[in-house]
Design a protein around this ligand. Sequence first.
Ligand code: NCD
Ligand code: ZN
Length: 344
Amino acid sequence: MNQLQITCPDDWHVHLRDGEMLRQVAPYTARQFARAIVMPNLQPPVTTVRQAVEYVDRIVAAVGDSPFEPLMTLYLTDDTSAEEIILAHKSCFVKAVKLYPAGATTNSSAGVSDIRKCDAALAAMQELGLPLLVHGEVTAAEVDVFDREAVFIQQVLMPLMNRFPKLKIVFEHITTADAVEFVLNTGLNIGATITPHHLLWNRNAMFKGGLRPHHYCLPVLKREQHRQALLYAATSGHRKFFLGTDSAPHNRSSKESGCGCAGIFSAHAAIEIYATIFEQQNALDKLEAFASFNGPDFYGLNRNTDIITLEKSPWVVPESYPLADGESLIPMLAGETINWKLIK
Ligand code: NCD
Ligand code: ZN
């Protein structure tokens, strides 16, 4: 099979940033995805519908005349009110609310200190059917970094589900067999996104021949057995698992630093990387469900009607993309070959 046609995909988790970085990266997402759930962890974070409206305008300006539709999220804080949730629901373009445990990842210092402080907002979300997107890691210093997701399931997610049994929850960028099992054993109101990097790499990738900052993201890469569980989930065709790149650009000097930022930029080639992975798993026939059907079905949105065409035509990813002020952006698989290419 040298060509593959699928319904136009969506990215259910992306960081588009702001300012110059937004202008640089948004066209890559718009090139291949009809829609994307845009993360709100700007500085300051997007906590209100008013801020989300302004951010939409900047995103639309950044993608020029592309028909790309940004789907916005609000950043949940200890103080998010039920009224803000009602406004978000009414806005029609805010599609979800994001939970960052305070201190879990990039720009999360304004995140939630104790999820029980958010009960009013969560009750309104449950009632209105507005999904909660969770960065599923506990932040307690005594919990091993590699165990943070599994502990989050026990300490935060299960109690949360018991208190709000009908709340729609997307367990974002899952990284462990524990998360796969958890999602498979819960009701249809619980879904999960899976990134290309967690499908392609295990934690050895961060240490191959030296410290590899461009393989560092949060949640951090895990053991091979966990990667295998993610591959199984993504290529199973199961409706609860869908595409979310977590493409998270940082400029090169912030990554290659004494204290490097977490985040992997994959928007330059996301659907092509997923296609390459699915082919390696002999599961190209499951790509469309994962990339184009399961996400909109979970969110209660229409599936896209356009078609994209991928061709088996190996190409080499640039070593870097230039940014202003002599900075650059190092993409996922920089300098390496990807087997599939998006042609239209
Ligand atoms: C993200 C970022 O840089 O905004 N980083 C990452 O490693 N994924 C934040 C996040 O999603 O955790
Ligand atoms: Zn993210």
